[in-house]
Design a protein. Sequence first.
Length: 452
Amino acid sequence: MVVAHTWNAAELVELDRAHLLHPVSNLAAVQRDGALILVRGEDVWVWDAEGNRYLDGFAGLWNVNVGHGRAELAEAAAEQMRELAFSPTFFGLATPPAIELAAKLAELFPDPINTFQFTSGGAESNETALKIARYSWWLKGRPEKTKILSRKMGYHGIAMGALAATGIPAYHEGFGPQTPGFVHLSAPYDYRNGEGLSEAEFVAKLVAELEETIAREGADTIAAMIGEPVQGAGGVVVPPEGYWHAVAPVLKAHNILLIFDEVICGFGRTGNMFGMQTYGETPDIVSFAKGITSGYVPLGGVGLSDEVADTLRGADRMFMHGFTYSGHPAACAVALPNIRIIEEEGLPANAAAGGAYLLGRLRELEGHPRVGNVRGKGLMAMVEVVADTATKAKFDPSFNLGVKLTAATRARGLIVRGTNDGVAIAPPLTIQKAELDLIAEAVAAAIDEATG
Ligand SMILES: Cc1ncc(COP(=O)(O)O)c(C=O)c1O
């Protein structure tokens, strides 16, 4: 049955103003301008309550990997809800979808990652990863190994523990005091941190900082380092060649666990199923969310190496961590066909090819007087917009570049993330060449308008 909804757009905007608090939004601007209310989606396209069509150049929030409107995912959720709407995985309980999904993930992730606990999203996944890192050392009789290394420009979610690992100052302002025990390293951000250095020299500089930090803090006090294979929300920071290959052995030599945050990179976005495959390093713990269900229902989780899992399972005691919705059966039932679509339609390969094409188109903007840097990996890309390309000076915050870029792209029928640093792009992995051309052209015109 097809239900045709009709919306009173003006009424919805008023109700939104009165009652909905928007995350990571300028709340005064939302009050002034009204929210953009989306009501329908089909592949890379979404429609607002007034019937206007937009290209979803941000895949929702880096997550609608298979595109909008996949009826089979809705059917999978409905079927599971009819059969058994809910059971926890607490107290040794389980359901077929949670078990089947864990087994499928064991097949997909490189060995030795074979054991999984589920959550409802990225922040919960990182809380879980950080707590399991500490707990595994505690079980091994090393309770002093608790500190977490992370990186500036890293984004790991904004619940308290995940926020502490997040290295973007704007997310911390007004939410202090900061959770202790977190140390932020430099981002592998070539444009501003690697100036004048070759890739190899830049990697050496970052590794030297890591080694100095470990020496200063004491390896015996450090549980883990967490990092996104490619930093997403911090500005699509693509690490220099060889970075992860150089970092991983330093951590191993000091008995520091490596946690990859694959919340954005996972499930195809960087051109392989997982970012860890793009960079050829397997972590001890991996966190994921977003693309595992393409956002159709909330789901996340962590994967553990056999060594970490054995440490946890070897203790004949209660493991006191998890969430009501760890392994929600309907969410897991959606993840399974979602992953099947990613595999059957070859979406990681499309992300690699489409991403290379998009990056080529965006690089045509190099030389533009307001474009400082263009970078990307797979279908995540960033056009960094600056006030002055020679000095790399940013626009003053009062210029409200992000608000202007958002308005200028939306006016061209494109949804991307406009920030005071530029435009971030991450469309569904199903996107085709003609649609990538639309993105490149709209972004170029929007930068002209916003900065002109
Ligand atoms: C790399 C990364 N980790 C964690 C998160 C947090 O996920 P959530 O918003 O589902 O808590 C995000 C969200 O964008 C993310 O990009």
